[in-house]
Design a binder for this molecule. Structure first.
Ligand SMILES: C[S@@+](CC[C@H](N)C(=O)[O-])C[C@H]1O[C@@H](n2cnc3c(N)ncnc32)[C@H](O)[C@@H]1O
Length: 506
């Protein structure tokens, strides 16, 4: 079995920025780590599956000049064309550099072009579809994220000037187990960066160690910053390992740090809400079934507004309460743009509409935003996270549409399968919205939506962050009662390979 490939040309790239080409015997070759169309690369094999081989790039011999027309702005950029890296002939050598803005060597107009090609490619097998509408560009190319998560980790040797093994901060890398030290990030605002730097300094000075997964002990685990663009509110969620017998020696240090957080003037001035999450689970995630939390500053919730402004209508503003673990779109201005795009793709004529069924509704932002526009009468929202549903109910109330909304905390696939709680309400549906996580829709959801279509002449609005699973689901829908009316990509994450796609089915 060949373990290395030399001088391979990447034909095209697909979803998740994965390079695609074919082996001599016709097997699909998937190439990760900085793949761009037209590059000539060396690779090492990582997976040999039945249908495909997965390779990782070890060296890029040549880029297609078309795809390196951008400006590399971040010193933490991962690539062997980063001028900040000096002798940089091997990607392998630098593989623990930050993996966020992987596309910064490509100019933004070219990124948009590439994303359009990727989504169109994902849908190439879908029959009888209209041409894709032109991709909607992001209003901002940098500083656009309203949420970022940093990890603390035991130092992984890579940069000689870092001497200590403990107490260093590292930014979560695209490769799960690799973390790097960053001083600031181009994807968040100046304010969020200065809060990050400040909290980092306080933690660094506290004498407490980073969490060590090997021994499941010590302290700092994650720092999550959420900054709302329209309300200017900012939330910190600091995840730490809880105090136990193994760490009694640090009790005073822990208490001191908390006191500093509570009394510090900079924190009071800049942070609306500060939550500490105590997490003793092994997994490298903030949320774990056994977590407990403590709210040391401000309220448990922060609020964001969405301002929808679409042609011919007045601006419509809706307000959302979001608790620390509830989902909210990570680019507020983009969310406004996405919802406007969705609404104008769905609406044909101004007429009285009935009910919206909003599946995977989070805190209700899409459904409530649409209802606030006054076009629809009723909303049923379904979401798996109980807290998000509590937020959704509250959001319906503060937006003055409580009596028109019903939210249910449940997996969509469960509640839709003949659940008496909503069975009687699944009539007069005018619009079904699905905005699922990256995976395919559960087969029960596809089946139930298709059944409902037999009795209700609704449109299906499918919003997705994964065009390849969306394309597969849409193929299933068109086998039943649906036709594809429109498809359009919306760019929420400039400098990265992530893409959002909006589809309307009738
Ligand atoms: C991409 S987010 C969309 C949220 C919301 N539509 C919004 O725009 O804020 C996907 C949501 O699906 C929820 N979710 C995940 N699995 C689910 C399931 N099986 N049933 C219902 N909701 C689910 C997640 O908690 C998350 O809130």
């Amino acid at each position: 079995m060949v373990k290395y490939l030399k001088n391979i040309k990447i034909e095209r790239i697909g979803y998740w920025g994965i390079g695609i080409t074919k082996s001599d015997d016709g097997k699909k070759i998937l190439i990760k780590w900085g793949a761009l169309p037209g590059s000539i690369v060396d690779c090492v094999i990582k997976k040999n599956k039945k249908d495909y081989l997965e390779w990782h790039i070890t060296k890029v011999h040549e880029y297609d000049p078309k795809y390196i027309d951008g400006e590399i702005f971040c010193p933490h950029f991962f690539s062997n064309i980063n001028p900040n890296l000096g002798d940089n002939s091997s990607i392998e050598k630098h593989k623990i550099w930050c993996g966020w803005c992987k596309w910064q060597m490509i100019s933004y107009p070219k990124q948009i072009e590439l994303k359009q090609e990727i989504v169109e490619d994902c849908f190439r097998k879908v029959k009888e579809k209209p041409s894709f509408l032109p991709i909607v560009a992001s209003p901002k190319e940098k500083w656009y994220r309203n949420k970022i998560e940093f990890s603390f980790w035991v130092y992984m040797a890579a940069r000689e000037w870092i001497e200590s093994k403990w107490n260093l901060w590292f930014h979560k890398q695209w490769e799960f187990s690799k973390i790097i030290d960053v001083d600031s990030c181009w994807l968040i605002s100046d304010k969020a960066n200065s809060v990050f730097e400040y909290i980092k300094k306080l933690c660094f000075e506290s004498g407490l160690s980073t969490y060590d997964q090997k021994f499941n002990r010590w302290f700092f685990r994650h720092l999550v910053i959420r900054e709302w663009v329209n309300t200017k509110q900012l939330m910190i969620n600091l995840a730490v390992y809880p105090l136990d017998k193994k760490d009694e020696i640090n009790t005073d240090n822990r208490e001191n740090l908390k006191k500093i957080f509570k009394e510090d003037e900079f924190i009071k001035e800049n942070i609306t809400s500060f939550v500490i999450t105590y997490n003793d689970g092994l997994a490298d995630i903030v949320r774990w079934p056994n977590i407990s939390t403590e709210n040391i500053i401000g309220d448990w919730y922060i609020y964001e507004k969405l301002i929808l402004d679409w042609i011919g209508q007045e601006k419509v503003e809706s307000t959302f309460r979001i608790s620390p673990f509830s989902f909210f779109q990570t680019n507020t201005h983009w969310a406004e743009l996405l919802f406007q795009t969705a609404i104008s793709n769905v609406l044909e004529v101004w007429e009285i509409k009935w009910k919206i069924l909003d599946l995977y509704c989070g805190t209700g932002s899409i459904g409530i935003g649409f209802l606030k526009a006054g076009v629809w009468n009723n909303l049923i929202g379904i979401e798996i996270v109980e807290e998000a549903i509590q937020d959704a109910n509250y959001n319906a109330e503060i937006n003055g549409i409580k009596d028109n909304c019903k939210f249910i905390a449940s997996p969509s696939e469960k509640v839709l399968s003949k659940n008496p709680e909503i069975e009687n309400e699944l009539t007069n549906i005018w619009l079904v919205i699905v905005d699922p996580p990256r995976e395919w829709l559960h087969k029960n959801v596809v089946e139930r939506i298709s059944q409902l279509k037999e009795d209700n002449n609704f449109k299906l609005l499918y919003i997705s962050c994964n065009p390849s699973t969306m394309a597969r689901d849409i193929e299933l829908f068109i086998e039943k009662w649906f036709k594809v009316k429109s498809l359009q990509a919306v760019d929420m994450f400039p400098q990265t390979h992530h893409i959002e796609t909006v589809g309307v089915l009738t």
